[in-house]
Design a protein around this ligand. Structure first.
Ligand SMILES: [Fe+2]
Ligand SMILES: [Fe+2]
Length: 287
């Protein structure tokens, strides 16, 4: 349910249901999609410094907003898969991924309740439209956006989440992050499965492979700015902050580059895309 918050462009997203049969249907969808059960529901704030707990609340509030925003990205991408005449399974799984991000929004809200914070986040409803890539066919447009959102963005998110879970000692936060990861792995793999499905089409359209390489030069530079911006590295995390799984900025940057160079670039090259060259020559194209 969405309630108005301050300003014209933002709303506050909470986790309360509609109280109608729609909510009962939501529960059925959630139960059908869940990959691993909730094992821990309580959090002991007394075990940590107050500042670290407050930072964890802020972190999960931001994560809640990010999860909610991902729903909108996948929902838009689903419509591009329809334009590209992708197979029914690809369309449905993309819609499933959009649903996962709604469910993750709720997971974050439940974590916030356990942490003693309101289960709510601010959401900018001026949704940025997914790139249309002027001049591209619907098939290439979908391929470009699938590669950017899942092969690249979600794969980096998966790598960071795995690292975070390894550092998290708190049982509730570790359990919640593990539940998110169970779905995020599919989100990161989807693009590579999609490329597999489109391999015969790509083999028959070699010009699109070259066009994807030109796009990747730009896309790699854009995602580097988005996910590994050149910001001052904050002081190292305290033991409590690490135990609560707070993001380590320096490690996050390292993980971005290792995921790109050791997983994403080689993964794309399997499809005849010269991603390594595009990565080395990455550059934001003039608008
Ligand atoms: Fe998610
Ligand atoms: Fe995701």
């Amino acid at each position: 349910m969405v309630a108005r918050a301050k300003g014209k462009s933002t709303v506050t997203v909470g986790i309360q249901g509609s109280g109608t049969p729609i909510e009962a249907e939501y529960r059925k969808v959630d139960e059908a999609l869940v990959r691993c059960a909730t094992l821990v529901t309580t959090f002991d704030a007394r075990a940590y410094e107050r500042r670290a707990v407050e930072a964890a609340r802020q972190c999960w509030t931001l994560r809640m907003a990010a999860e909610h925003r991902s729903t909108v990205v996948f929902a838009q991408l689903a419509s591009q898969l329809f334009e590209a005449n992708a197979t029914l399974d690809a369309k449905l799984v993309m819609l499933r991924m959009a649903q996962d991000e709604v469910r993750h929004t709720e997971t974050c809200g439940q974590v916030l309740i356990a942490l003693g914070a309101p289960p709510a986040c601010v959401f900018d409803r001026h949704v940025r439209p997914l790139a249309r890539h002027a001049g591209c066919t619907p098939e290439e447009r979908a391929l470009r956006n699938v590669i950017y959102t899942t092969c690249m963005s979600e794969m980096v998110a998966v790598a960071r989440l795995v690292d975070e879970i390894e550092a998290t000692r708190d049982p509730l936060l570790r359990d919640a992050a593990r539940r998110l990861l169970a779905d995020e792995v599919l989100h990161g793999q989807f693009g590579f499965f999609y490329l597999e499905a489109w391999r015969p089409w790509l083999d028959a359209h070699r010009g699109v492979l070259r066009s994807l390489e030109r796009y990747l030069r730009h896309a790699f530079a854009v995602i580097e700015v988005a996910l590994a911006p050149p910001i001052a590295v904050p002081p190292p995390l305290t033991a409590d902050e690490r135990a609560l799984g707070l993001p380590d900025v320096a490690r996050g940057r390292e993980i971005f580059y290792s995921a790109m160079e050791e997983a994403i670039v080689p993964g794309l090259e399997r499809f005849g895309i010269e991603a390594g060259t595009a990565w080395r020559r990455r550059k934001i194209a003039a608008a």
